[in-house]
Design a protein. Structure first.
Length: 201
């Protein structure tokens, strides 16, 4: 599924196969990531890598753009911590995506379940980033959650969204993502946070 919003260094995105769950969004900066429920109000599900101060910035940004994220989002009803297992390695063949998990399991799924990967080149498929919750392919703007793989869920991207992506891709372009600068309050808080972190070193 595509990245739907970028504010400063923060990327707001959804994972393929994360369907039937209450509306939510994942926010990432580098290797830090947080998941927020959007209904009935913004609520943190989990986070990894953000300091307490920066997490408050991310939460406030999510609250500010909640309506936009909610309209762009997907909705998964299975809540089980056993399904949130970090990946340690991944590879994509011509037929499947294969992921090794931290607990020793290996999970795979047909490549046809994830159209963006299916249409990607070997180079694009090989360029991915493993996060706590799933895997991100920046060249294809695709995110697949480990939970979705374990549940055997296919991509939740609509045919309309995929068709638009394919049309733009054929032109050698990428779909523009709504982007905005950090608001003044967030820049101030983030600078203060970075300054405090440097003092602790």
């Amino acid at each position: 599924m595509p990245t739907v919003l970028r504010i400063g260094p923060y990327f707001f995105r959804f994972y393929s196969a994360d369907m039937n769950e209450p509306e939510h969004v994942h926010v990432r900066r580098d290797k830090a990531e947080a998941k927020f429920w959007l209904e009935p109000m913004v609520r943190l599900e989990w986070q990894r890598g953000f300091s307490r101060r920066e997490l408050s910035i991310v939460r406030r940004l999510t609250e500010t753009h909640r309506t936009f994220c909610w309209r762009s989002g997907v909705s998964i009803s299975v809540e089980d911590d056993r399904l949130v297992v970090p990946a340690t390695a991944a590879r994509v063949t011509n037929d499947a995506i294969i992921v090794d998990l931290e607990d020793g399991r290996q999970v795979s799924a047909p490549l046809a379940w994830y159209p963006r990967l299916l249409h990607g080149t070997p180079k694009e498929r090989a360029n991915f980033q493993i996060g706590h919750y799933g895997i991100h392919w920046p060249d294809l703007d695709e995110d697949i959650s480990i939970k979705g793989l374990l549940l055997g869920s296919k991509s939740g991207e609509s045919q309309k969204s995929l068709g638009r992506w394919l049309a733009v891709r054929q032109q050698g372009k990428t779909i523009p993502v709504k982007t905005g600068p950090l608001p003044a309050w967030a820049r101030t808080d983030r600078k203060r946070n970075l300054k405090n972190r440097s003092k602790l070193k």
